[in-house]
Design a protein around this ligand. Structure first.
Ligand SMILES: [Zn+2]
Length: 344
């Protein structure tokens, strides 16, 4: 079968790889119909050292079940399913607590011999715990929005919970990528009254406003902090999303949260330490977040997608074939595209 393999920074290829197949009785075999490129895929795209064997890619995908192992109970051949960006058993202590990313028997796609989502097929371990059956056909018009449940919409929602968003409060979202934009959706969905997006690119700002952003701050660094304070009566925001992971974005996020507020971190940190510990200590700021347990949120968010109350699929502004994936990485990396959808 064919799948995306990264061999080093800027070197993404579509390669022939061993066919995905059932191994464990708890596996399902999925024929991928939709996948996408993630902002986090751009970290290795910019930094990965050359590897002769390469690294399989992709952790967001929807597909049709082609085969199931003998112990699989909740999905069957022909089901259209979405996979969250980590696989999990759904039965261990952490899964029961809603933290599927810490599953005792789970793991990550495209790592340790597990297939990546940017390919023709995937062996899904722990299929019962991992996959969620979608009550639609494989080519339903809602596919882009349903695909965001695998990562970016769940991640925007996770940041909202970590930032303790609440009805009538002020939210500020640092980052205008797909996660930040989904963070705006989550802020409005959970009742934030003022929603400030920190971003600079016109197409993203326009989409953020349609998703519910009430204010836009395009300054950076100290000027951004100053501007958010002006917009919030001098105090800062109750709830802040950090959706980038850079030093500057983290300093900004911690600089715009008001005393007693909370910061939800979902941008993969590119730094060793969280800065400004003294200020956030004296301001009683909560800092939470991490990889979103997207699996935990699919059931909650799915009805809103199916009934059209939220349209996170609008973050996709380019649709490509598997062969065009290398150019899709380039387009996202050069900020020519917000998020790229792959149709197989
Ligand atoms: Zn588990």
């Amino acid at each position: 079968m064919r799948a995306t393999v990264m061999f080093g920074a800027g070197d993404v290829r579509i390669e022939n790889v061993p066919d995905a197949r059932l191994v464990e009785p708890t596996d399902a075999l999925l024929r991928v119909t939709r996948a996408c490129i993630c902002g986090s895929d751009l970290w290795p795209y910019n930094q990965m050292e050359h590897s002769a064997s390469g690294q399989r890619m992709g952790h967001e995908f929807i597909g049709v079940v082609d085969a199931v192992g003998a112990d699989v109970r909740t999905v069957k051949v022909g089901d259209v399913v979405v996979a969250p960006f980590a696989w999990s058993d759904g039965t261990c202590v952490f899964c029961h607590e809603g933290l599927h990313t810490s599953c005792l028997h789970g793991g990550w796609w495209a790592r340790d011999g597990i297939d990546g989502g940017q390919g023709e097929a995937v062996r899904v371990p722990q299929a019962d715990g991992t996959l969620v059956v979608l009550p639609v056909g494989a080519d339903d018009a809602l596919m882009p929005s349903l695909l965001t449940l695998s990562d970016v919409m769940g991640t925007g929602h996770h940041a909202a919970l970590a930032a303790k968003v609440a009805h009538g409060k002020t939210a500020a979202v640092v980052g205008d990528g797909a996660v930040g934009l989904c963070g705006v959706i989550a802020a409005r969905r959970l009742g934030a009254e003022q929603i400030i997006l920190l971003g600079r690119r016109p197409d993203r700002i326009a989409l953020a406003k349609e998703f519910g952003a009430t204010d836009i701050v395009s300054e950076r660094g100290d000027e951004a902090v100053e501007r958010v304070r002006e917009l919030t009566g001098g105090f800062g925001a109750h709830s802040v999303w950090e959706c980038v992971g850079h030093d500057l974005s983290t300093v900004t996020a911690l600089g715009i949260v008001r005393p007693g507020g909370a910061v939800g971190r979902v941008g993969l940190p590119q730094h060793e330490q969280i800065p400004t510990t003294l200020t956030t200590f004296f301001d009683n700021v909560s800092i939470g977040g991490g990889p979103a347990p997207a699996r935990a949120y699919i059931e909650e968010l799915l009805p809103d997608v199916l009934e059209g109350r939220i349209e996170p699929g609008r973050v996709f502004d380019r649709v490509i074939s598997l062969d065009e994936v290398p150019d899709g990485y380039r387009a996202m990396n050069e900020r020519e595209s917000i998020k790229v959808l792959i149709e197989l």
